[in-house]
Design a protein around this ligand. Structure first.
Ligand code: ATP
Length: 377
């Protein structure tokens, strides 16, 4: 959660900011943050947010994503390390001089000002002449399809429109980097989907560098040029959406993005022993003989169809079948953890079920090595 803090910036903010800014990169080196003598919220973070890309910071509550974003904004001072924007060291620079602007989860609009005056506010504080202010607000309003709403106050706008005004207020300064802290989380499900598409289109039009914080995995994968998965103040993986989803580097990322099944067990004589069950392992996984391993299989990779000659086959009792709408999430018991299978029709609890996974859809993680991915070339 973010609070308004000292935003919008104080007078003088605009002086050195160009009206249409070139996108800039953000370079973060060895950044740590300790609050008081207690929580280490960030631990030696290294990260490059490339110009014109959307870098999404995603992770569970408390993993440090907001602290990192606020560090880039200048609303939080790191305990160690450096932050550069467009090659300039901004680590100790005032927020308004960094060429960045932030959009907050709670919109942070002034309730007694119109949409126009909310968007214009940072320009007014920077003593931009009235005529120029109007022109710049109108340009931003056109971009965000807010022209017809400029005279309304926040209470007369929908959640999505309010969020667009919040984005407008950040954009009007011509920032080189746009920082977004869960900007869609106050919106209902359908509006979130619409606004997500709008944001993506807007970013493509503007080419602005964005650093975007969310705890929503779908938002992370759909919006991110790069997805940075955080856990406990560290980066668990930094990669393209395809890399983090299809080749998770550790069990945490596998489970956090897409809820991969993680089944602990032991390999003995080519078979995988887990819970009350023992199943034959595909040939390519047999090199782990004598080791404890974690098998990772996505619920959608398990099928009732024959998985081919070298498939992994599990038979167990249905413990639970959850209706998800189009699909069901079927929980099959017998292994060290319920095996979740995503399928069209939900069987009854207590029925016997047999499912298969193709060898290529099985990931291996090493529990003795902090859940690191094992490479199976
Ligand atoms: P959320 O999604 O819940 O906002 P987050 O990933 O953004 O979580 P942060 O807000 O960055 O997490 O917090 C990281 C850690 O730092 C947490 O343990 C949090 O309790 C702690 N923390 C954050 N702000 C402060 C503060 N002002 N004083 C002390 N501890 C703080």
């Amino acid at each position: 959660m973010t609070t308004l803090g000292d935003y919008p910036p104080a007078a003088d903010a605009m002086r050195e900011e160009p009206a249409v800014a070139e996108p800039a990169g953000v370079t973060i080196r060895q950044v740590s943050k300790r609050y008081g003598s207690g929580t280490l919220a960030l631990h030696r973070i290294d990260l490059d947010c490339l110009p014109g890309e959307i870098t999404v910071l995603v992770g569970p509550s408390g993993c440090g994503k907001t602290t990192l974003l606020r560090g880039i904004a200048g609303l939080e001072q790191p305990t160690g390390g450096s932050i550069h924007v467009a090659g300039r060291d901004v680590t100790t620079m005032e927020p308004q001089r960094r060429g960045v602007a932030m959009v907050f989860q709670n919109y942070a609009l002034y309730p007694d000002k119109t949409a126009h005056d909310n968007i214009a506010f940072p320009l007014k504080m920077a003593r931009v002449p009235k005529q120029e202010r109007r022109g710049r607000v109108e340009a931003v309003a056109r971009l965000l399809r807010l022209e017809a709403l400029l005279e309304r106050k926040p209470a007369e706008l929908s959640g999505g429109q309010r969020q667009r005004v919040g984005i407008g207020r950040a954009l009007v300064r011509g920032p080189r980097v746009l920082l977004m802290d869960e900007p869609l989380s106050n919106l209902d499900a359908q509006l979130r989907v619409d606004m997500r598409a709008e944001l993506l289109a807007l970013q493509r039009d503007l080419g602005t560098t964005m650093v975007y914080v969310t705890h929503d995995q779908v938002e992370a994968l759909t919006l991110g040029s790069r997805v940075v998965v955080m856990n406990g103040g560290r980066i668990a993986q930094n990669g393209t959406p395809d890399q983090v989803y299809n080749r998770p580097e550790n069990a945490f990322v596998a489970s956090f993005l897409g809820g991969m099944n993680l089944i602990d067990g032991h390999v003995e004589e080519g078979r995988f022993r887990s819970g009350d069950n023992t199943v034959a392992l595909p040939q390519r996984l047999r090199s782990f003989e004598g080791q404890r391993i974690t098998l990772g299989i996505r619920p959608e990779s398990l099928t009732r169809d024959d998985g081919g000659p070298d498939a992994l086959t599990v038979t167990g009792r249905v413990a639970l079948s959850e209706m998800l709408g189009h699909d069901h999430m079927v929980h099959i018991g017998g292994l060290s953890a319920p095996l979740r299978v995503r399928e069209r029709y939900g069987p009854r609890a207590g029925e016997s079920a047999t499912v298969h996974a193709r060898p290529d859809d099985i990931h291996i993680f090493l529990p003795d090595d902090e859940g690191k991915r094992a490479d199976l070339s």
